[in-house]
Design a protein around this ligand. Structure first.
Ligand SMILES: [Zn+2]
Length: 332
């Protein structure tokens, strides 16, 4: 069940996402953070080869002039304003090949703290201006898309706390910073934080009435509104439905099909690409005495990140346990 106010909005969002899903691939880059309210606001680099670019405010520029705060040349990445020490996520699976984290979190200077990740498609991503000791990974470490790899800061040539995110590729035999906006033409899944979902529907949006000592089957569907494919067959990044408030709480209603006392189920499908719909089917078994209960759940990308619960419509299952006369219980 979700709050009544959220249903219309969630459904409208789900429809718009579904129509946008066709162009998306499963192995592309996602935004390197989790907070969906973060957006470009310092302006983005324009590729001087084309002088034609849509900026963060959806304004199309067709000249080669500088428009400060909108588009400009001579800058090699995308700047995302965010508070210092905000979590930074790997934008794709890869291997950490370099890092530095010795400058102060807001130490101004020629150079700043960074993490550099190499990806299987031959490209690299750079996460720059990090905080002191802001790397949560080590050189040589394998990272998964969406993994928390660093904490942001304002080290180096930084005039306001932000993440400088940069993509690099080999062009004409040498490493080159490429314009991520321009590169959207071959990274078809940009502009999405890794883990985001919206409520779509469930098998019973009212109260589940369960006879004591019996099990009912419940399912819920969420739209994958994030940038990472959901899977059920790998360890890291496998998306599961776990108990919430507090997280990993032992449930009184776990059934035989639950993977653990706090994991109700993994996503049913092998893969749910961005824009797709994931279904989560699980049993609810009543051992508790007759009465009224409520079970909140949240999605978890295993080992990586809990989803934002309010964006799931604060998903929970109201439950009423009733007497089961077969077991000869006395009336209470
Ligand atoms: Zn920058």
């Amino acid at each position: 069940m979700i709050g009544r106010m959220c249903i219309g909005l969630s459904f409208a969002l789900a429809v718009s996402l579904a129509s946008a899903s066709r162009a998306l691939a499963t192995d592309d880059y996602t935004l390197p953070f989790y907070d969906p309210s973060i957006s470009l606001s310092y302006g983005v680099d324009r590729d001087p080869r084309i002088c034609y670019q849509r900026d963060w405010a959806n304004v199309l520029w067709t000249d080669c002039n500088l428009h400060y705060g909108r588009v400009y040349d001579g800058h090699t990445g995308m700047d995302y304003p965010m508070a210092v020490l905000s979590p930074i996520a790997a934008s794709r699976d890869g291997t950490v090949i370099d890092l530095f984290e010795g400058f102060g979190t807001q130490q101004f200077g020629t150079n700043g703290n960074y993490v550099l990740v190499s990806h299987a498609d031959g490209r690299r991503t750079l996460y720059y201006h990090l905080g002191l000791n802001g790397a949560r990974v080590s050189v040589g470490q394998t990272v998964a898309a969406g993994q928390w790899i660093a904490d942001s800061g304002c080290s180096g040539q930084c005039y306001g706390a932000h993440l400088h995110f940069e993509m690099r590729a080999v062009i004409n035999g040498r490493w080159t910073s490429v314009d991520p906006i321009f590169e959207k033409r071959f990274t078809t899944n940009p502009g999405r934080v890794p883990f985001l979902a919206t409520y779509l529907r469930e098998s019973n949006s009212g109260t589940e009435v369960i006879k004591r000592y019996t099990t009912v089957t419940h399912w819920v569907e969420f739209v994958n509104a994030g940038g990472r494919t959901w899977r059920n067959n790998i360890g890291t990044g496998r998306v599961l439905l776990g108990t919430w408030n507090p997280p990993t709480r032992d449930s009184k209603f776990s059934a035989l099909d639950w993977p653990s006392s706090w994991v109700a189920t993994n996503v049913d499908q092998n893969a749910v690409p961005p824009g797709g719909v994931g279904r989560f089917t699980f049993g609810l078994h009543a051992e508790s005495p007759p009465g009224v209960y409520d079970e909140p759940f949240d999605l978890l990308a295993n080992s990586l990140r809990w989803f934002d619960w309010p964006r799931l419509g604060s998903f929970h299952v109201p439950i009423q346990v009733i007497l089961n006369s077969r077991f000869g219980e006395p009336q209470e």
